[in-house]
Design a protein around this ligand. Structure first.
Ligand code: NDP
Length: 230
């Protein structure tokens, strides 16, 4: 059976990914900052036997290294780089500061790069060899007609570059990458008024991830199957 590793698996889209991979019968490595206090995730894990909880604060480099050491040479078919922050304190001119900016970059940009670096051999050893990262339509420079969201837009645009570089550099090992826009989704980040449910968003993204071809590696998709300009 196949294995998925999901970051930020304790709530929101990450938790919904856990539910839907469980429905497919996959082995799940569910990573979150505090497994002890992740009640919803623990409840799914109790109900469904093939979920392994792993502690991972993606902004702590030693956490990433320790996770990679614990995993050893285990194959990872899908790596879902989901953990992210909105950076409300660095969204507008007049309200930005260095510490909050660096935190947004650390979680949304640096962590995915370090996780790809740490786990690339685990991916190469698998059947599907696919890295999917949660980007966002507002990372698209062509789409930026309104400004604002400075740190979020920039951190996710840089994430997109990382995915294209990794698509190029890991092609020989057969490892593919994809940047995904989940839609505006009802989570803590998206808020109650968001358009889509986690269920429909994640179902769409999983369909794209599971059908991604070598030729499509390094591309940018919305959950509904449409492509997004960089
Ligand atoms: P939520 O705010 O609901 O959940 C964010 C998740 O990321 C939580 O599990 C959180 O864990 C985790 N996380 C944050 N910082 C860290 C960290 N340092 N280490 C480990 N985990 C961390 O967001 P969503 O579920 O809505 O978003 C998931 C992804 O989708 C994000 O990357 C987001 O940018 C992207 N996205 C979401 C959209 C939406 O409308 N919801 C739209 C476009 C993109 P903890 O509980 O410990 O804080």
């Amino acid at each position: 059976m196949y294995t998925v590793l999901i970051t930020g698996a304790n709530r929101g889209l990450g938790l919904e990914f856990v539910h839907q991979y469980a429905d497919k019968g996959w082995n799940i490595i569910a990573c979150c900052r505090n497994p002890q206090s992740a009640k919803s995730l623990a409840a799914v894990a109790q109900e469904y036997g093939k979920i392994e909880l792993q502690a991972l604060d993606v902004a702590i480099e030693s956490d990433i290294q320790a996770l990679a050491e614990r995993l050893g040479e285990r194959a990872i078919d899908h790596l879902v780089l989901n953990a992210g922050v909105l950076g409300e304190n660095c969204a507008e001119l007049g309200h930005m500061n260095q510490a909050d900016w660096l935190n947004v970059l650390s979680v949304n940009t640096v962590a995915p790069a370090l996780l790809i670096q740490a786990l690339k051999d685990n991916l190469a050893a698998s059947t599907y060899k696919t890295i999917a990262a949660l980007s966002t339509r507002v990372a698209s420079i062509e789409d930026n007609g309104s400004g604002g969201m400075y740190s979020y837009r920039a951190s996710k645009a840089a994430l997109n570059q990382i995915l294209v570089s990794a698509a190029n550099n890991l092609r020989e090992q057969g490892v593919k990458t994809v940047a995904l826009h989940p839609g505006w989704v009802q989570t803590d980040m998206g808020g109650e008024k968001a358009t889509f449910t986690p269920r429909e968003s994640v179902a769409g993204m999983m369909s794209i991830i599971s059908q991604l071809t070598d030729e499509q590696s390094g591309s940018f998709w919305a959950f509904d199957g449409s492509t997004i300009p960089w």
